[in-house]
Ligand binder design. Structure first.
Ligand SMILES: NC(=O)c1ccc[n+]([C@@H]2O[C@H](COP(=O)([O-])OP(=O)(O)OC[C@H]3O[C@@H](n4cnc5c(N)ncnc54)[C@H](OP(=O)(O)O)[C@@H]3O)[C@@H](O)[C@H]2O)c1
Length: 345
């Protein structure tokens, strides 16, 4: 029998997912291993959290490799890193009570112990718990930062967003729309494009999958942005970024948010980056964790937009920790619409 808490009996064992081996080429589910481990004790200054949701993010794929990145590679045999949302079920910490809804980085596991570092209480009255991993969490703040601090669009600007039906891209589309911009999305498939225009409110969406070349994508962008693109929020990099360079207007801004088009150790040559000079473009990469000082403001603004009905988010949920590897790898195949989560219970 495990320890008792105000919310019931805690099991003696729980499940976690570890990285079993590193991919050489493409990652697959055999690189993960599900393990059962004993429930840890809760020492003074610690809390025990039962995780309800796990955020699935593209960076997790990047960390399976040892190639150069802004973050350390995932350690072999250790619990996969990841953000979680759940409830405190035992507490020896003065700032957390049993029942508190919390978001933290407890990893791919059903329960986790924290000393309170980077654990934040969230308000389930204001938004459902899962939203704090999506539009009101790291995902939303990433879109907020890229749009407000790098793209800086003003009313009437034309804004292009790649992976527009995804978690970050979907928020970026809506933030640009809320500023009175003309928004063009890029997404894989007719259904996703339908979602980007009809649900998220973009003016147009380009399905890139049937396009045979980067030139064809450039042409499609120009069809919707005859005077060029003033700001590009890029989640993909590679040929999608390359196709956008010629379509940028003079003085255009590019937020280099992600490079999911390069994951899986794919390297790509950019052939059109001379437009950076020709069109006097500014392209700036950013990592949301470098700007934690802006999180409070970003979440306040995102919450206000949500309250005003100007921000919504689709979720794609997988169920049970055993489904996490498949959900994670599914990001590379574009299986998700909106925020990809794993729900544990
Ligand atoms: N800079 C930061 O601090 C920061 C923070 C968070 C996320 N990010 C980055 O932001 C991007 C989006 O993250 P997210 O969490 O919102 O993921 P997401 O967009 O919800 O999911 C990934 C999407 O990328 C698209 N995709 C996958 N492979 C592709 C390829 N080869 N070419 C073109 N599109 C491809 C797929 O959509 P389609 O079906 O439309 O292709 C897929 O659904 C990622 O690159 C991520 O690394 C950066």
């Amino acid at each position: 029998m495990g320890p008792h808490t105000a919310t019931g009996l805690v099991p003696e064992r729980y499940r976690r997912m570890v990285l079993a081996s590193r991919p050489v080429d493409k990652p697959d589910t055999t690189h993960f291993r599900l393990e059962e481990v004993g429930m840890p004790g809760v020492a003074a200054g610690q809390v025990l959290v039962r995780n309800r949701y796990l955020s699935i993010d593209p960076y997790m794929v990047g960390r399976m490799y040892t190639t150069q990145s802004y973050a350390a590679a995932q350690a072999l045999g250790e619990t996969m890193v990841g953000e979680t949302a759940g409830h405190v079920i035992a507490s020896q910490h003065p700032d957390f009570q049993i029942g508190d809804a919390v978001v933290g980085a407890l990893g791919w596991q059903e329960y986790g112990v924290s000393d309170g570092t980077n654990l934040r209480r969230v308000d389930e009255q204001r938004a459902p718990l899962s939203a704090y991993l999506g539009m009101l969490g790291m995902t939303g703040v990433t879109a907020w930062y890229g749009i407000n601090r790098i793209c800086r669009p003003v009313e009437g600007d034309t804004v292009l967003v790649s992976a527009a039906a995804g978690a970050v891209g979907g928020v970026a589309v809506q933030l640009a729309k809320a500023k009175g911009c003309k928004v063009i999305g890029i997404a894989g498939g007719e259904q996703k494009c339908h979602y980007v225009t009809r649900v998220l409110g973009a003016n147009a969406c380009i399905d890139y999958r049937p396009l045979a070349s980067k030139e064809a994508l450039t042409e499609e962008i120009f069809k919707h942005a005859v005077d060029g693109v003033d700001a590009f929020f890029d989640n993909v990099n590679g040929w999608v970024l390359d196709a956008a360079f010629p379509a940028m207007s003079l003085g255009g801004r590019i937020a280099l948010c992600g490079m999911i088009g390069r994951y899986g150790n794919r390297s790509m040559q950019l052939l059109s980056h001379h437009f950076l000079l020709l069109s006097r473009l500014t392209a700036q990469g950013f990592i949301v964790w470098d700007h934690v000082g802006e999180w409070g403001r970003a979440v306040d603004e995102l919450s206000d937009l949500m309250d005003g009905g100007l921000l919504r988010s689709e979720e794609t949920r997988a169920f049970g920790i055993e489904a996490a590897p498949h959900a994670c790898l599914g990001l590379l195949a574009g299986k998700n619409v909106g925020k990809q989560l794993v729900q544990f219970y």
